[in-house]
Design a protein around this ligand. Structure first.
Ligand code: HXC
Length: 525
């Protein structure tokens, strides 16, 4: 919104006076009472949010004068400034971004035909210009009075979300209610940030749930930030306030390119390329079943302070996040031995596969840290479709064409060894620590099967089991067989992990690779 206050004598011009009057009506949006209510809930208005999100003075508004065209159900008497959504383009860290911000103070931020058309316009411009789009959602959903025109508006938005997917980064911030089908535009975007206490997403609200299933649940428990972050895995970040959420968006964008044909930004870095990571030499316990914190490895090897974890709290047996190595953005994937021994289950597989595809779409090289005994066994997992979900991991890594560097820290058994970006599914470079164990399965399981006869017929079967397990461990539970067979490129000193990974990545930055021509693959969903 241009600042016309203080236009001085020019304001005497009747045309300018009319413009000023119209502008200030739009500026006031739903009026001071409703704005006060918004503030009372700890929420900012749409314009205030854009003020926090964008570099100062960079916002160029589009369609401020657009109004609804509805006449039914009393709408002919309703004034809805900007039709309840502020749209336009601005800058974040000097780089352009398209934005829309729904304003709850106007008809509850509800989405009617023209409100939707404004969003579609910035979606079209963002896609055409190869510029990220950020949606600040705070809305009662489809505008009830506008019926099918409102629903059509959502459909047109979903279509644009889908066509933009993998071309420009799409980020949604849930800063108020997001109910019914309104959750599906956010769900089609790349990243969802939610504000605790005020941002809520659900398909059916507590009232409907109570009448259909009898369950009693509050809005926050049902679809609040923590529920959607840690229970459903729908959200990627939960923040304590509007300001914190908007700062998170600025930070996310600092890792991302503007579009799929641009490289991510390169930031100046003071952290030396060859900084030793000596603290990693004694991190992995000698007993291979003992847990440790894999984030220690991530933080030690990436540029200081650059690791930005996503979906923390959901499927914590797998860690994902953005980071920098030598000032360049990377996506990091790591098994977490502290949770479920680092096994891959259904949720971890979904989390991993979607992140790998996101990184691949936006030219973020992948660094994978492996320590997993395998896919999680159990009827719950099998009946839940671990085969289908686990296959996503293989598919996502095999399909990804960005540079892929893998470091095997400890266990890498069976299908999970293959899935965690092994050489065979497409790793460009595989390192292993001396503590790596690469095998079809763990020594105990392997000895029980291949030495079953010898164990059964031994005078002391338990002693024989221990002896055979030890024999297997000595022969196979190390990285040197895999290295001899070319599945590992180098066994490295953990104290030099940063140096080795960075050198590999630097050698891969110009990698050119593409799959066969096809409309799209058929990932097991
Ligand atoms: C028209 C709406 C509206 C809507 C809210 N308002 N939602 N107007 N269409 N969908 C209006 C209210 O009438 C009210 O106007 C003002 O916005 C503020 O709303 P309140 O109810 O006073 O606010 P609050 O108490 O904070 O409750 C917020 C809310 C509630 C939980 C979001 O408004 C609500 O339940 N709204 C309906 C949600 C819903 O079912 N939406 C349709 C979802 S289906 P006044 O003038 O009184 O201040 C959908 C289909 C999409 O979206 C399909 C895509 C596939």
């Amino acid at each position: 919104m241009p600042n016309l206050v203080g236009a001085g004598t020019e304001a005497q011009d009747p045309r300018l006076a009319e413009l000023l009057e119209r502008m200030s009506a739009i500026e006031a949006m739903g009026g001071s009472d409703r704005v006060e209510r918004q503030h009372g809930l700890g929420k900012l208005t749409a314009r205030e949010r854009l003020g926090v999100l964008l570099d100062p003075g960079t916002f160029e508004e589009i369609g401020a004068h657009i109004e609804h065209r509805a006449t039914d159900l009393g709408m002919d008497r309703v004034q809805a400034p900007a039709d309840g959504v502020v749209t336009g383009v601005g800058r974040i860290d000097g780089r352009p971004v398209y934005v829309f911000a729904q304003d709850f103070s106007v008809l509850g931020g509800s989405l009617g035909e023209m409100h939707a058309a404004k969003i579609q316009r910035v979606q079209d411009l963002a896609l055409k210009s190869g510029v990220p789009i950020i949606g600040l959602n705070d809305s009662g959903g489809a505008r009830i009075q506008e019926g099918v025109d409102a629903l059509n508006g959502y459909g047109e938005i979903f279509k644009r979300n889908t066509w933009s997917s993998g071309v420009i980064p799409q980020i949604t911030v849930i800063m108020g209610p997001s109910a019914g089908g309104a959750v599906y535009s956010p769900a089609l975007t790349d990243l969802i940030v939610m504000v605790r206490g005020t941002g809520q997403m659900f398909i059916t609200g507590p009232e409907v749930i109570k009448s259909v299933t009898g369950e009693v649940v509050s809005q926050e428990a049902l679809g609040g930030a923590d529920a959607q972050l840690s229970r459903s895995g729908v959200a990627h970040l939960a923040c304590d306030s509007d300001v914190e959420a908007l700062a998170a968006v600025r930070k996310l964008l600092s890792y991302l390119p503007a579009n799929n044909v641009e490289e991510p930004p390169v930031l100046p870095v003071e952290d030396p390329v060859d900084r030793p990571t000596s603290e990693l030499r004694h991190l992995v316990p000698l007993q291979s079943a003992k847990p440790y914190e894999v984030k220690t490895v991530i933080r030690a090897m990436t540029d200081r302070g650059s690791f930005f974890e996503l979906q923390q709290g959901y499927a914590d047996n797998l860690v994902i996040g953005l980071a920098r190595l030598g000032g360049r953005s990377v996506g990091v994937v790591a098994n977490q031995p502290k949770v479920l021994a680092g096994t891959l289950d259904i949720d971890a597989s979904d989390k991993l596969a979607r992140f790998v595809r996101f990184c691949d779409a936006f030219n973020l090289p992948l660094v994978t840290l492996v320590d997993t005994p395998g896919y999680l066994p159990g009827t719950q997992q099998e009946y839940g479709g671990i085969i289908r979900h686990g296959a996503k991991v293989l598919y996502a890594y095999a399909e990804a064409v960005v540079p892929k560097v893998t470091v095997i820290l400890r266990k890498a058994y069976g299908g999970a060894y293959l899935a965690m970006c092994s050489r065979s599914v497409g790793a460009d470079w595989v390192f292993a620590w001396p503590s790596a164990e690469i095998a079809v399965m763990g020594p105990e399981g392997a000895a029980n099967i291949i030495f079953r006869q010898a164990i059964r017929s031994a005078p002391d079967p338990e002693a024989m089991r221990r002896e055979k397990t030890e024999e297997y461990r000595r022969k196979f539970a190390h990285p040197y067989v895999a290295a001899r067979h070319g599945q590992v490129d180098a066994v490295i000193d953990p104290g030099q992990t940063r140096h080795h990974v960075l050198r590999a990545l630097m050698a891969l930055y110009n990698k050119r690779d593409e799959g066969p021509p096809r409309r799209h693959g058929n990932i097991p969903l």
